[in-house]
Ligand binder design. Structure first.
Ligand code: SF4
Length: 248
């Protein structure tokens, strides 16, 4: 795909010299702080336009049947791969796709379904507890509300962001390990914590791209800007990326 040169645009409020310092620390590049070139809004638009052209309707890779099974799948995915979670939930969800069925299944039998997933004992306990809370407090429905979601056992900000985005179409950005790396390497949203990266992205991502931004960035980190050896030579944003160690 042809890459458009960015030659104009005003300076982004979200990319002052400060974050450059943070990205240096987060990615250990050799560039000096003053050399970091801030992103301008036109470049940000260009990056997300390229992602959109390459993949207009990006999808999450966790299999689910409804908002409830999405919530459970995301809760199970902490420190586990989507592939590993899908392998387990393909057997679990046909028998337990509602809070009531999950509670009826019970913690012990649930453990058997998910025992191939890391931390499965704690996760089984949380899934049963969150299912009980959904029944007791939310009419067995997954609430479209960040505070209510984060009040559920085993549900943190990242899980709430994924559910709000995928199940309800909200423009949230769930920062996982891939997105954290991409935000820092590219310099789009440098940060020492996932929350810093999330808030940095929320400031700069134009509304027209907000719905899918987190999917594009996660997929980019998972398949192109991979941790050990980023595939810079096939990266569709390599001319815009600020990572001093990129290989193009
Ligand atoms: S150029 Fe390399 S480091 Fe930069 S985003 Fe692309 S793959 Fe990642």
């Amino acid at each position: 795909m042809a890459k458009k040169a960015i030659t104009s645009g005003s300076k982004s409020k979200a990319s002052p010299a400060g974050p450059a310092k943070r990205v240096l620390k987060a990615t250990k590049p050799k560039l000096k702080p003053g050399k970091f070139k801030p992103w301008i809004p036109a470049e940000v638009v260009e990056v997300f336009t390229r992602f959109r052209n390459a993949n207009p309707e990006p999808k999450g890779e966790l299999e689910h049947l409804n908002p409830y099974t999405l919530l459970v799948a995301v809760a199970l995915s902490a420190q586990a791969t989507d592939v590993g979670v899908n392998r387990a939930t393909r057997h679990l969800f046909p028998v337990a796709d509602t809070p009531e069925k999950m509670v009826e299944l019970g913690e012990e039998r649930l453990r058997e379904y998910i025992k191939t997933i890391g931390l499965y004992r704690t996760k089984a306990k949380n899934v049963i507890a969150l299912s009980e809370q959904l029944i007791a407090l939310h009419g067995s429905q997954v609430p479209r509300d960040r505070a209510a979601l984060e009040a559920l056992p085993g549900v943190g900000r990242k899980t709430a962001n994924v559910v709000l985005n995928i199940a309800f179409g909200e423009p949230t950005i769930a920062v996982d390990t891939h997105l954290f790396r991409v935000g820092n390497r590219t310099g789009l949203a440098p940060g020492k914590t996932p929350l810093e990266v999330e808030l940095g992205l929320l400031k700069i991502v134009p509304p027209e791209f907000a719905r899918h931004a987190h999917h594009w960035l996660i997929l980019h980190g998972r398949y192109t800007c991979i941790a050990r050896k980023p595939r810079c030579e096939v990266c569709i944003i390599n001319d815009l990326c600020r990572w001093p160690e990129k290989t193009v």
